[in-house]
Design a protein around this ligand. Structure first.
Ligand code: ADP
Length: 408
């Protein structure tokens, strides 16, 4: 087969896949992302209990666990050994109590540790299969437990599942100071998904004797931060020994311990989801970067001789693309010559220029951290192509970050 023919076939295959995906997704009324800045904060616990709470209200619910590194939903629901079936054309999710349909990366892994050793392209293929080939049928809500963080994996999930209706950001009181929530809010903005609200988990401790909540850390931080960032605050879920017990025994907490304070908070937290109108009527995500131009999103690309520079610090100039996120298109571009490359200088300069994201070939981990601390997303491993084409394929969802080309 000629190279041209192969390219055309690939394009057709991509089109057919995306058509099948949009047909399936069209049967789901609302898709809700559950995000957290890092693992271990209770994201999967929240995803499970939000799904069960909605099902207890009579809604038709699907629960998708797209977390590669810790697909814990099968454990939380005690359905670890189950395997999804197939109708010959698509994968059928596993049926759980309350009519909930469940699909997890964990069902596709022969061994829980396998995912850890997979390399980028292999991960992408399995992820694509998980997201595109599952037939959910008609659903009111699909709750998606995202991979933790705001890096390439959650971004790939968001690109493969466009048009999510809203996101719940899960955090703990200890993580409020780490900028994690800000990064999650910026992530939502980047993928054009409204923030439903911030849910503070493990906030205070329920005394096993008197059931009063003991506040171990200073309280009110999450609420204050949400207010400052102009996003709704959904509530504080205490550290509840019965949540651990429920997770360990695979019993959904909100159902089996419905009389507890934590279950009451879950019920309150899902109200904005239950009251959700059509897409776009929930509160929209605020502009996070003070410097950003209202309504546009700025992607910066380091360029050398008209192509993406393999190392961002050794480029001739940066091109800034202004993006209309709603229309997913480039609405303007400008060029600027950066100051001399010294540690920390470029993240500060790009921050001043209002960049929301940088797409690069390679970059040292320290520089990546500096960008992320400023709320600027980093996508690395992009090819040395013409910058406009890179941004277009990013907007089409076909740009996949690969290995860090040059990491110094
Ligand atoms: P993540 O998905 O963010 O990695 P998990 O939902 O798997 O986190 O939760 C991590 C651990 O913390 C689990 O053992 C879970 O039972 C426990 N946990 C989560 N939320 C609470 C809570 N509010 N009280 C007590 N334990 C909790």
């Amino acid at each position: 087969m000629s190279e041209e023919q192969k390219k055309a076939d690939d394009r057709l295959k991509a089109f057919t896949e995306s058509k099948a995906l949009s047909d399936r997704m069209g049967r789901i009324k609302h898709k809700i992302m559950i995000l957290s800045g890092k693992g271990g904060v209770g994201k999967s616990t929240v995803a499970t209990n939000v799904a069960v709470s909605l099902a207890m209200e009579g809604e038709k619910v699907g629960l998708l666990d797209s977390d590669f590194h810790g697909p814990s939903i099968p454990t939380l629901l005690n359905i670890e050994g189950q395997k999804p079936s197939s109708d010959g054309e698509s994968i059928l999710p596993v049926d759980f109590a309350h009519g909930i349909k469940v699909m997890s990366m964990g069902f596709l892994l022969p061994n829980r540790d396998d995912a850890v050793i997979w390399r980028g392209p292999m991960k992408m293929n399995v992820l694509k299969q998980l997201l595109t080939e599952v037939n959910w049928g008609d659903l009111d809500y699909l709750i998606i437990d995202f991979p933790p963080g705001t890096g390439d994996e959650p971004l790939s999930v968001a690109q493969l599942l466009p048009d999510c209706d809203g996101a719940i950001i899960v955090t703990t009181p200890q993580d409020l100071s780490t900028n994690d929530v800000r990064k999650c809010i910026n992530f939502c903005r980047q993928v054009n998904v409204p923030v439903i609200g911030v849910l503070e988990n493990m906030s205070g401790l329920v005394c096993p004797h008197c059931k009063e909540i003991i506040n171990i850390f200073k309280t009110g931080g999450g609420e204050k931060m949400a207010k400052e960032m102009n996003v709704p605050f959904l509530g504080k879920i205490p550290i509840e020994p019965q949540i651990v017990e429920a997770s360990d025994s695979g019993k959904p907490f909100v159902y089996h311990y419905s009389k507890t304070e934590a279950a009451r908070i879950f019920t309150e937290a899902i109200q904005p989801i239950l009251n959700m109108g059509e897409r776009g009527t929930t509160e929209s995500t605020p502009i996070v970067s003070d410097e950003a131009t209202e309504g546009t999103f700025k992607i910066a690309i380091p360029v050398v001789k008209g192509h993406l520079s393999a190392h961002f610090g050794h480029c001739d100039e940066f091109i800034f693309f202004n993006i209309d996120l709603e229309g997913r298109k480039i609405v303007g571009e400008e060029k600027a010559t950066p100051p001399a490359h010294e540690p920390g200088v470029l993240p500060a300069w790009l921050g001043e220029k209002g960049a929301n994201m940088i797409i690069a070939g390679g970059m040292g981990t320290r520089a990546q951290d500096l960008f992320r601390e400023r709320g600027i997303e980093v996508l690395i491993g992009a090819p040395s192509e013409e910058p406009g084409k890179i941004v277009e394929s990013y907007l089409e969802g076909t740009l996949v970050g690969g290995d860090n080309i040059c990491d110094h």
